[in-house]
Ligand binder design. Structure first.
Ligand code: ZN
Ligand code: ZN
Length: 606
């Protein structure tokens, strides 16, 4: 059904035969389009546009399509249909170029480009070499692009353009943007069928794997690329670096850095920033700082990467120093840089610095604190054991605290013995987020701490009945360029038997060395992941056991874990580092822990 205003618009007069001089009207039309905030206003602009003969002015048409795109899918489809409607003929520019421009202007926007494309076909205008890339790019930004991508794919085949590498690459990109298994398979099929893949093709496919959270496969494809004679370009390198960050693949990051140097690739600002970021996030923060120091040109992103990297490694004082150096170098800190420095203060226990920077944000730089900044402050107080301050701070927040902030407070209440308060907050949180399993686990912990066992078991039972599970934890370990992933209870894999035996052996050795599993924690489910019985070890322990088995004595072990490391694993890892004389670096969801001689770099402050 068409709305009355649209019907009205269809009766718009055809273009006047003597248009007003173009320059003045062009300007007028542009300002009309600039202020289109509703469909009637858009239609008003359209009327003006047609009346003044601007319907063949590419600049105006592009702006028109862009203005329509802000008003929602139905507005764009309607506006496009009206604009291109044969009823307004004679429209002199009914050619593929105009349609291509219109399609191009839709990207990126959540609007459907297919109506424009269908109209183009209805007008017997053949899509060309450029049409599909524009169409597919617009499709890639739709909320659910799969059906449209498949249609466009079929159409490209019909017009004999599917063999075009330009079309191929955007097709992979469009499928990859869908982020589901079926679409990723379609993308891979297109990829495999390409007679002559180029670096762009590889980057599109590698990027697709990363978007779908399959960074391991992204790295595998990059390795496959190295076996061909297609050299990666800077985009491929930057794409693979983001897979490295996901996986914490430090060896590969080092290899890429070496490759960039060996191939004398231009060290653009973007490439250097990506390298600094990957080095810092994969565990070589000193390497990141070194590279950063040698960069001829830096921007705020470069500084922020270094500050965040130092913060993740608990090197709060250095991060604060870098933040000050950034200000002295005349880079105005933005919201992201402030998150970095606040995290640095939080992980380094620098409470007064944290307070200072939080106040300074809006006072000195006009950066309004967002929920993340408030979260950093709550974390800062909580880690420092200042639960009252944290509560007061949350109470005074001008925005509604999110569940992350509540969970931070709950953890602080548990660690610092504020059981009643913790229980109360947890109940509130459950009201706010009734479907999130981990909240019930938190509540059951408070019951356990108060020795109200029946209540605790009731909760566990009802969670089981409702099929609620905690988040699945996994850890990864990079060995000779391969990434090995471990999940608790993953005994189906062939090498798990040997790992479990190793874990048993480790346990015995640890007990011999005086390690006692934290019994209070054994009664609790403080872990974010499932641990149903003694055999279901947390994934980082499995990864460490595997690393001990496969690497020569004395080798440093690096593990990446997707969740926050639990107290039990944390103290066990400290013991392992001492008993096995190994340095063990664990990157968890929140920071790096460097275990050495029975101590952790986080000073048990995480
Ligand atoms: Zn654990
Ligand atoms: Zn630690």
């Amino acid at each position: 059904m068409m709305s009355p205003s649209l019907q009205l618009a269809i009766t718009i007069q055809p273009p006047s035969s003597s248009p007003i001089p173009i320059r003045a009207t062009e300007q007028q039309c542009l300002s009309l389009l600039h202020s289109t905030s509703s469909l009637p206003k858009l239609l008003q602009a359209l009327t003006f546009l047609l009346k003044s003969g601007l319907h063949s002015n590419i600049l105006i048409l592009t702006r028109f399509a862009a203005a329509a795109s802000f008003l929602g899918p139905s507005a764009t489809a309607a506006a496009a249909a009206l604009l291109f409607s044969p009823s307004h003929s004679p429209l002199p520019l009914h050619d593929s170029f105009l349609f291509n421009t219109a399609l191009q202007s839709l990207s990126p926007s959540p609007l459907h480009p297919l109506p424009i494309f269908s109209l183009m076909l209805r007008l017997h205008l053949p899509p060309n070499h450029f049409t599909f890339p524009f169409l597919l790019k617009a499709i890639a930004s739709l909320p659910s692009p799969l059906p449209a991508a498949s249609q466009a794919h079929a159409s490209a085949l019909r017009f004999g353009l599917a063999g075009d590498s330009f079309v191929h690459n955007t097709l992979i990109h469009a499928y990859a943007a869908v982020r589901c298994v079926a679409a990723l398979e379609s993308a891979r099929k297109v990829f495999d069928e390409m007679p002559k893949p180029c670096p762009v093709t590889f980057s599109a496919m590698i990027g697709g794997y990363i978007l779908s959270g399959r960074s391991n496969e992204a790295v595998a494809l990059f390795r496959q690329m190295q076996l061909t004679n297609i050299p990666p370009d800077d985009v491929t390198i930057m794409t693979v670096l983001s897979a490295c960050v996901d996986l914490g693949a430090l060896d590969l990051t080092h290899w890429i850095k070496f490759y960039v140097e060996r191939m004398k690739m231009p060290k653009t600002l973007f490439l250097c920033n990506a390298l600094v970021d990957a080095l810092a996030k994969c565990g070589d923060v000193d390497g990141a700082v070194q590279l950063f120091d040698r960069m001829p040109e830096k921007n705020i992103v470069s500084w922020t990467s270094v500050i965040h990297g130092l913060a993740m490694h608990g090197r709060g004082v250095e991060a604060v120093r870098a933040f000050e150096a950034m200000k002295n170098a005349d880079f105005e800190p933005d919201a992201v840089a402030f998150i970095g420095v606040l995290k640095a203060c939080s992980h380094g226990g620098l409470v007064s610095d944290g307070r200072y920077y939080f106040d300074s944000m809006s006072r000195d730089f006009g950066v309004q604190p967002r929920i993340e900044h408030y979260g950093c402050m709550v974390d800062l107080f909580s880690r420092a054991g200042m639960v009252e301050e944290a509560m007061e701070f949350v109470g005074a927040m001008p925005i509604k605290p999110n569940p992350v902030i509540w969970r931070t407070l709950i953890a602080a209440c548990r660690v610092h013995g504020k059981l009643e308060l913790g229980e109360r907050i947890t109940k509130q949180l459950i009201n706010q987020e009734p479907l999130y399993g981990s909240n019930y686990v938190l509540l059951s912990n408070f019951y356990a701490l108060n020795k109200r066992w029946e209540k605790k078991w009731d909760i566990r039972k009802s969670m089981d009945q409702q099929g609620m599970r905690k988040a699945p934890g996994f850890s990864s370990f990079e060995l000779n360029g391969e990434i090995y992933e471990f999940v608790a209870g993953g005994e189906k894999l062939s090498h798990y038997q040997e790992i479990y035996e190793m874990v048993e052996e480790i346990s015995k050795k640890l007990m011999g060395a005086g390690f006692m599993a934290a019994t209070s924690e054994m009664l609790l489910d403080i872990h974010e992941e499932d641990k149903e019985d003694a055999l279901h070890w947390h994934s980082e322990k499995l990864a460490i056991a595997f690393a001990l088995l496969r690497t020569p004595p004395g080798t440093r072990i690096r593990i990446v874990k997707n969740l926050r490391v639990c107290g039990d694993c944390h103290s066990a890892t400290k013991f392992i580092s001492k008993v096995y004389h190994r340095e063990i670096v664990v990157r968890d969801r929140s920071r790096f822990h460097c275990f050495k001689d029975g101590f952790c770099s986080c000073k048990d402050f995480w």
